[in-house]
Design a protein around this ligand. Sequence first.
Ligand SMILES: Cc1cc2nc3c(=O)[nH]c(=O)nc-3n(C[C@H](O)[C@H](O)[C@H](O)COP(=O)(O)O)c2cc1C
Length: 172
Amino acid sequence: MTKILAIPGSLRSGSSSNQVLKAALSMAPPNVSIEIYDGVGTLPHFNDESNAPEAIVAFRKKIKGADAVLICTPEYAFGVPGSLKNAIDWTVGSGEFVNKPVALVTASSQGEKGHAALLLILTAISARIVPDATLLISFVRAKLDASGNISDPKVVADIKRVLLALSIEVRN
Ligand SMILES: Cc1cc2nc3c(=O)[nH]c(=O)nc-3n(C[C@H](O)[C@H](O)[C@H](O)COP(=O)(O)O)c2cc1C
């Protein structure tokens, strides 16, 4: 069984990013399981003077134990949401992302700049960005229905493609 850890960049449970991730749960290819990490908002601010607090040790363990990571995030102020960047900063020294297959889905109003910024950050931490597993969903709210289901068939197909590419990368 391939284990994917999904990390949302929005702390709001009903956010588009969380809705996309919830929808992705049912689109996983056979023998692929997706766990949504819901602790980003509880992680302390990064401080490289202190030993890693318990929540950070647990977060790092989750990444380490996953075969791949799927990040789904909005763009905030043309950049990466601070809480997501904070979570990533905690892994820079410990290296959990090094060579880890990573998919990036940016689900935002626009999103281009945040998407590019996060790809650069993932490069900085030596994550293995899977080319077929990057997806920018602009105008995301127009592509979800009132119940939070993805109403745009192209987005459904794109997310399936992302999950498939990520799982193939793990097997290679
Ligand atoms: C603080 C803040 C800053 C934002 N900045 C941007 C931005 O720079 N670019 C963008 O495309 N959307 C921006 N947005 C809108 C989000 O992308 C928006 O939340 C998006 O449509 C996803 O919806 P969600 O809130 O349901 O996740 C911002 C939203 C907030 C709350």
